[in-house]
Design a binder for this molecule. Structure first.
Ligand SMILES: *Cc1c(COP(=O)(O)O)cnc(C)c1O
Length: 228
């Protein structure tokens, strides 16, 4: 058993309080937890999952054809260009696209089999150096222009990670920045996903316009990292 049902309820009720009933989807972030826990969560009705490391996806998940019906897996961690070939067959969406070089690599690989994939652009909304994501508006809009050269990439929206530490005002400022960029890009593209909010800050993220929250700890419990 996981806590996915309670979290689902909490997400739904906050969305409703904000006048956006049914408009916020829930991604279960299963990193460090075994595939059995993911299947438990699936049995409890969850369909959308996120993992942040390529290696972990390769080791943990069976091929797409052997996964239960409707399970959707997204990569939410930084993707190195040399791992593109490995990850593409295993995921349904890449949420962490953060450079035009990565876009080119994805496009090159996808063109070989003429497959299209959904992507999100990651933005560094807290402007913290250690975070990945497009650094500013200019970089983001250049990447949006670059989509013209990448016909196999389908932009669905933006992803962002809030600032380190728990400072409510800083979180809200980062989320508002992401929402403003989302609204501007939406004038040019048909976007549906603004992925922001984690276990500690998802209620605020929903209030600031998130359409998809990424929850690990509150669903699966604390992560224990293997020291190796
Ligand atoms: C781990 C992770 C999450 C989930 O974090 P929790 O605090 O456990 O809810 C969300 N997004 C990304 C990118 C992550 O790496």
């Amino acid at each position: 058993m996981t806590n996915v049902r309670e979290v689902r309820k909490s997400v739904d009720s906050r969305a409703e309080q904000c006048g956006r009933k049914g408009a916020v989807s829930l991604m279960a972030v299963s990193k460090t937890h075994p595939y059995s826990a993911i299947l438990d969560c699936y049995e409890e009705g969850q369909r959308l999952f996120g993992e942040n490391r390529v290696q972990e996806v390769c080791e943990k998940f069976p091929p797409v054809s052997q996964r239960p019906d409707g399970m959707k897996l997204c990569l939410i961690g930084h993707l190195q260009r040399n791992k593109v070939k490995k990850i593409l067959p295993l995921v349904d969406r890449i949420d962490s696209v953060d450079s035009t070089a990565l876009m080119d690599e994805l496009e090159k690989e996808l063109a070989k089999t003429d497959r299209c994939i959904e992507i999100l652009f990651e933005i560094n909304s807290s402007h913290e150096e250690q975070k990945s994501g497009f650094a500013d508006e200019k970089a983001l809009f250049e990447a949006a222009d670059h989509l013209a050269l990448c016909p196999h990439l389908i932009l669905k929206g933006l992803m962002t990670v809030g600032p380190l530490g728990f400072d409510e005002e800083k979180n809200r400022a980062a989320f508002r920045y992401a929402k403003a960029l989302f609204d501007r890009l939406r004038q040019r593209f048909d976007l549906t996903v603004l992925s922001m909010g984690m276990s500690a800050d998802y209620l605020q993220a929903i209030e600031e316009g998130s359409t998809e929250v990424r929850i690990g700890t509150a669903i699966f419990g604390q992560r224990t990292y293997d020291a190796t």
